[in-house]
Design a protein around this ligand. Structure first.
Ligand code: HEM
Length: 515
């Protein structure tokens, strides 16, 4: 035992069980709560309970809080020593920010000790460590705060994403990465592949703040690819660098109040005028536009009034545009907006395509669906050992273990299917992806979001009341349960995805196929 750490007998601790003189033991460590108790978010009276004050409160504590509470600096200061006989390392140490979780199935198999993967190299493993550290240290604290107060992500975090070129990396591999230093050199631009991008999305999902995560320039990931892949050089020169460097934001404005994501049914219209187009979408403005509140540019689909063709263009924020905040089941941190255009002028250079708008928007969906699927996968279940009912750990009940079996099987099957689809995307060109993978991607997204709903329901059942509280031990479960439908609907609702998957399979059915 280090000399600096004092040790106390149980009897000594028991003497401090009153207002103004209050100690408790958690995991063999003695905490002096005398000054903290009146400020305790759970109230003072529970701390004065005879089974808590001056006692070993380990079980009670972990039945209500997450371990991370004890890791906070302000609470580390409450430690005054350990219980007699405790090992020298009893003081909980904070795991390094890039540490892997040792709880079985908490990490994907490729990050589990002793497991192998055909898809991920040593380079991917190094990259994953750097991303995890970045997410935990730079993003997580801001995410937890802003998800709660509904404000957009802080400018510093968005700038950090731009400076490390995470904004650029989330658009996938390609020429836009050339010459950039990626996350302080964690990967070279020419090495960066779709598995690096997958790591980014999976690691970012660990912030457990779905609205905030969309607020982190998610609109760029769907609004900029049409410009990158189909825009003219003048348009690219005018906006890409400002967006990748964090000065400006772009979003995708294609779903409409009456047509939803049925792009073909849109009412927003464009009329020819000298040097450009006049865009109107007033009564049927575009709806559910992620980042619409903050965006400077809107990649917008509209119908050419003269010939009915579907155009795609970038509308710059300005007079004639209004953006109104929409409240959804996740945080307003995402800046989801109802957008209307009233006689907006769009110069010719900002038109991406006059005739192929629909095709470009549809081709964009594959990557969007892949992103949504990647971000949805992954759930932790260490708490099952933690929560106790009728005096026993919950995991001692067969019915709970059966739910766990289902949760694990679903997570593992989604992850493995995703890795396979990602590998196909890595090895297929753009056209092949549209014909070979779109159907499978749609089925995978549908399966993943349905699995998420089953998993959230099981988790809430196991968690009981804690699974529906926004604070404490169950806060991530509550959040997951409330926000998962965003992924089930965004980028195409489940039934549409299922239908697309099967229709694409049927198209490929050999004419002479017989049972
Ligand atoms: C080192 C000692 C403790 C610290 C630093 C602490 C800190 C906190 C914090 C930060 C919260 C807000 C919710 C959260 O973020 O998890 C909370 C809530 C709560 N705490 Fe404690 N706590 C301590 C000990 C205890 C003990 C021993 C009990 C007794 C069983 C207790 C009972 C509660 C209750 C009932 C809540 C409200 C639960 C909720 O909001 O979901 N706390 N505590």
């Amino acid at each position: 035992m280090s000399q600096a750490v004092r040790s106390f007998s149980k009897g000594e601790v028991a003497k401090h069980a009153f207002v103004g003189d209050l100690w408790v033991v958690i995991d063999l460590v003695v905490y002096d709560l005398s000054k903290f108790a009146p400020m305790h978010p759970g109230g003072i009276s529970i701390l004065l309970n005879e089974e808590v004050a001056g006692q070993d409160a380990t079980q009670a504590f972990f039945g209500l809080h997450r371990q991370e509470v004890l890791n906070k600096l302000q609470y580390q200061k409450l430690r005054i020593g350990v219980i007699e006989g405790a090992p020298a390392n009893a003081f909980p140490t904070v795991a390094p920010s890039d540490a892997l979780d040792k709880v079985p199935y908490a990490e994907p198999a490729w990050l589990t000790e002793g497991y192998h993967s055909p898809y991920f190299s040593e380079g991917h493993r190094r990259f994953q460590k750097v991303v995890r550290k970045f997410v935990k240290e730079v993003v997580y604290p801001d995410a937890q705060k802003k998800e709660e107060d509904g404000k957009p992500p802080s400018k510093e975090v968005l700038q950090a994403l731009a400076d490390t070129n995470i904004i650029a990396m989330r658009l996938g591999s390609g020429r836009h990465l050339e010459g950039r230093v990626l996350l302080e050199g964690a990967v070279r631009p020419e090495e960066f592949d779709i598995f690096h991008e997958m790591i980014l999305w999976e690691e970012f999902s660990h912030i457990h703040a779905r609205g905030y995560s969309d607020g982190l320039a998610a609109g760029v990931c769907i609004g900029l690819p049409p410009v990158l892949n189909f825009g003219n050089e003048k348009l690219k020169d005018a906006i890409i660098e400002d967006i990748l460097s964090g000065k400006k934001l772009i979003c995708l404005a294609v779903s409409e109040a009456f047509a939803g994501s049925d792009v073909a049914g849109m009412k927003c219209s464009a009329k020819r005028t000298e040097g450009g187009w006049i865009v109107n979408g007033t009564s049927q403005g575009t709806k559910w536009i992620t980042n619409g509140m903050q965006a400077d540019y809107f990649t917008t689909a509209c119908r050419n009034q003269s010939n009915g063709s579907i155009m795609l263009m970038v509308v710059e924020r300005g007079q004639g545009m209004s953006t109104k905040l929409i409240r959804t089941s996740y945080s307003t941190s995402a800046g989801t907006a109802f957008v209307t255009f009233d006689n907006m002028f769009v110069p010719d250079d900002f038109v991406i395509s006059e005739t192929e708008g629909l095709k470009i928007v549809l081709s964009n969906f594959n990557h969007e669906r892949w992103v949504l699927t990647t971000a949805s996968i992954g759930i932790y279940h260490r708490w099952v050992n933690q929560r106790r009912v009728f005096g026993k750990p919950l995991s001692s009940q067969a019915v709970v273990r059966s739910k766990l079996a289902a949760i694990i099987s679903r997570v593992e099957s989604c992850q493995n299917w995703l890795e396979n689809v990602t590998y196909q995307m890595k090895n297929m060109n753009y056209v092949q992806q549209a014909t070979e993978i779109a159907g499978q991607m749609a089925l995978l997204k549908m399966y993943t979001t349905r699995a998420s709903q089953d998993t959230a329901r099981d988790a809430v059942q196991i968690f009981g009341g804690r699974g529906i509280t926004k604070t404490g031990m169950g806060k991530h479960i509550e959040h997951f349960h409330r926000s998962l439908l965003i992924d089930a609907v965004g980028g195409g609702a489940e039934d549409i995805m299922a239908d697309l998957g099967v229709r694409q399979a049927l198209r490929k059915m050999p004419k002479n196929a017989r049972l």
